[in-house]
Design a protein around this ligand. Structure first.
Ligand code: ATP
Ligand code: F6P
Length: 483
């Protein structure tokens, strides 16, 4: 019986994450700075999602939420610094948030906390710095500075008029009050400047048109800063598609570098019109893996194409070219262990989903920098990219069903990503195997239809058995192994 290597292999050390960061070394408080409606909460939320995707536990402490428990619907006067009661309540909210954050760190619940508030005066920032230093928590101040009045008004209308602060109020009145709130903050706002040179900070000016960084000290801080430098808020969408059905899919084999089946070819031919339906006249860039099935699928698309090795399918090592049933028969323990912890399970000589996420990180950075991109890739890769945008937890992402012959459109909006799916009218097998289910071959995706005559030819060419009704007999032709 073969033993599965563990420790940084099957089950990576709990003390390190996918970036290899040591838990004890790095506890960072990211302190947002800036006037209201400068995208601070959005940036905070994106950092949490990005780090979470990389297995680094991060959490936002939003001072507004603490303030809201005492003052749910304040008007602009509440934020006037000459209002002592407002000052007292706002200070209490900040103290409660910082207190909870320190407790969260002390309990070892995560590595990165984001203190989301305006933190708009030097004295407030100094106070936070001292609180963090007393707890040996490193700090990274992130200031978003923006003087584009149109953009600020757009932000107010997009997210502030629907904020719980203005629940049940007229949106126009809410926008007017919010402008007034900003004016109150402007009276005391101090941007991070020369006399705060001892702080570790990153200043994003006009959504990253200019970035100023100072005293970045460690790896994790530099990763966060690099991520922030790549963000933009121009409207765009990202399209994701698996390759068309492949010859390997027909027989339920994993991995390989097979050609498309005839139905996969049909999908490749349909893809340009499917994309046109979804993207209109937008000029896209197409990214594929270096494997034949994605390149063949993308070849009729009238756009610039780039091949990325990082988009190649999860490497199934010694199981490459086997069906799930063959894996279960040859490596029953591995088969069971993969079901037990699919995200961390690393194929012998191959990869885990965790490994794939690490190699996809540059792809995510590039996607954040880019505008309209169509990615034609593979089941496991698509799951990981989708999980990043849709914030799907690790334990669930490897089990997501991502059908063949389906175009997914993701449109990032403030705080959410909108998803649309367009299904091509071309049947394909389903390569999805549910957790805990017996290994069997791929099932026909369009219900119980027999394969078309051409698909039957494809199948015969591959030595695949066909039942009398024309349906393929796949991996489950062999009896299941005794357990
Ligand atoms: P508040 O202090 O009231 O909580 P905020 O600064 O947290 O405000 P958000 O609620 O995050 O502001 O505002 C989100 C809006 O800001 C979105 O419409 C988003 O497009 C926009 N936005 C995102 N990043 C930036 C940026 N760097 N500069 C200006 N606006 C941005
Ligand atoms: O079956 C198609 C496929 O792309 C294989 O090449 C790959 O091994 C598999 O999907 C990944 O999916 P899962 O992680 O669910 O086995």
């Amino acid at each position: 019986m073969r033993k599965i290597p563990t420790g940084g292999f099957l089950s990576p050390s709990k003390r390190t994450n996918s970036m290899g960061v040591q838990a004890e070394d790095t506890r960072i408080c990211v302190i947002m700075v800036g006037l209201p409606a400068r995208g601070k909460s959005l940036i905070a939320q994106k950092i949490v999602r990005y780090l979470g995707w990389l297995s680094i536990t991060a959490k936002t402490f939003n001072v507004g939420q603490y303030r809201r428990s005492a003052t749910p619907n304040p008007s602009a006067e509440f934020f006037d610094t000459s209002n002592p009661e407002g000052e007292r309540l706002r200070r209490a909210a900040a103290e409660a948030a910082v207190g909870d954050m320190c407790k969260w760190f002390r309990e070892g619940r995560g590595l990165v906390a984001i203190l989301d508030a305006t933190n708009s005066t030097k004295s407030r920032r100094r106070w936070i710095l001292e609180r963090c230093q007393a707890e040996s928590i490193a700090t990274l101040f992130v200031e978003s500075k923006c003087d584009d009045e149109d953009l600020i008004m757009q932000n107010i209308l997009e997210v502030k008029t629907t904020s719980p602060d203005y629940k049940g109020q007229d949106p126009e009145e809410a926008a007017r009050d919010f402008r007034e709130r900003i004016r109150n903050y402007e009276k005391v706002y101090e941007t991070i400047d020369e006399d705060e040179r001892d702080l570790t900070y990153c200043k994003l000016i006009n959504v990253g048109h200019q970035v100023v960084i100072n005293q970045i000290r460690d790896y994790l801080q530099s990763r966060v800063v690099y991520y922030l430098m790549n963000l933009h808020i121009r409207p765009r969408s990202i399209w994701l598609s698996r390759h068309g059905e492949s010859q390997y899919n027909l027989v339920g084999k994993l991995g390989g570098d097979a050609d498309l089946s005839s139905r996969g070819e049909a999908y490749a031919k349909t893809l340009p019109s499917l994309v046109q339906k979804s993207a209109g006249d937008r000029q896209l860039t197409v990214w594929t893996s270096t494997l034949k099935r994605t390149i063949q699928t993308a070849r009729f698309l009238p756009f610039e194409k780039l091949e990325w090795k990082a988009l190649d399918e999860l490497d199934s090592g010694v199981c490459d070219g086997l069906t799930y049933a063959e894996v279960e028969e040859k490596y029953p323990e591995d088969f069971a262990q993969r079901d037990e912890d699919k995200y961390n399970y690393r194929y012998l000589g191959g990869e885990s989903y965790r490994d794939v996420v690490i190699r996809l990180e540059p792809i995510i950075m590039e996607l954040e920098r880019s505008e309209n991109i169509l990615i034609v890739t593979h089941q496991a890769i698509l799951r990981c990219i989708y999980a990043y945008f849709m914030n799907v937890p690790q334990e669930r992402s490897p089990w997501m069903e991502v059908p063949l012959h389906t175009l997914i459109k993701l449109t990032p909006k403030a705080y959410t990503t909108v998803e649309e799916r367009l299904k091509a009218d071309i049947p394909a097998v389903s390569t999805f195997r549910e957790k805990g289910s017996r290994a069997r071959g791929n099932t026909i995706g369009d219900g119980a239809k027999p394969l078309s005559p051409t698909a039957q030819e494809d199948a015969k060419g591959l030595g695949l058995g066909l039942a009398a009704d024309g349906k393929p007999v796949m991996g489950d032709a062999k009896p299941p192994p005794e357990s």
